[in-house]
Design a protein around this ligand. Structure first.
Ligand code: ZN
Length: 150
């Protein structure tokens, strides 16, 4: 278990140091800003759609390691998924993060996003991990309001 936890932490640190898809998308057709006032994390999310499918996802912004790594891994996970598939994935991700620590966690279908399972031990950080996903929901709706985790 401690080896696994080490691996999870290494993955989060790696994505924080070298965030993937960390750039604006000039030809994005969806865009939204997200803010987690609890921690001060801010990000902007860009989506390029092909019909109902996410062709490209990228982000910019500044936040803590968990919010940056989460946005980085989310943009990787979104590529090629439909909006519905992305929502199902978020639902699973959110359930994992809100499962009480003493209960077994269901990581089915989460793939690499499983590395955030340790965040549930720190409820205050859950919003750091979900900020990118809240912002995704706002971007899909395409309203120009800022996504808030509150
Ligand atoms: Zn944070």
């Amino acid at each position: 278990m401690s080896d696994l936890r080490e691996l999870y932490q290494q993955t989060i640190i790696d994505h924080n140091r070298k965030p993937r898809n960390f750039h604006p998308l000039p030809d994005a057709d969806h865009h939204a800003k997200g803010h987690n006032p609890l921690c001060g994390d801010r990000l902007e999310l860009y989506l390029k759609m092909d019909g109902n499918r996410i062709k490209e996802a990228s982000f910019t912004g500044a936040g803590c390691a968990i919010s940056t790594a989460s946005a980085s891994m989310m943009t990787e996970a979104l590529r090629g998924r439909t909006i519905e598939e992305a929502r199902v994935l978020y639902d699973k991700f959110h359930k994992m993060l809100t499962t009480p620590v003493h209960e077994p966690v269901n990581i089915d279908g989460l793939d690499k996003l499983e590395v955030f399972s340790g965040v549930r031990e720190f409820p205050v950080r859950v919003k750091c991990a979900t900020l990118a996903w809240h912002t995704l929901e706002t971007a899909i709706k395409d309203d120009q309001h800022e996504a808030k985790t509150e």
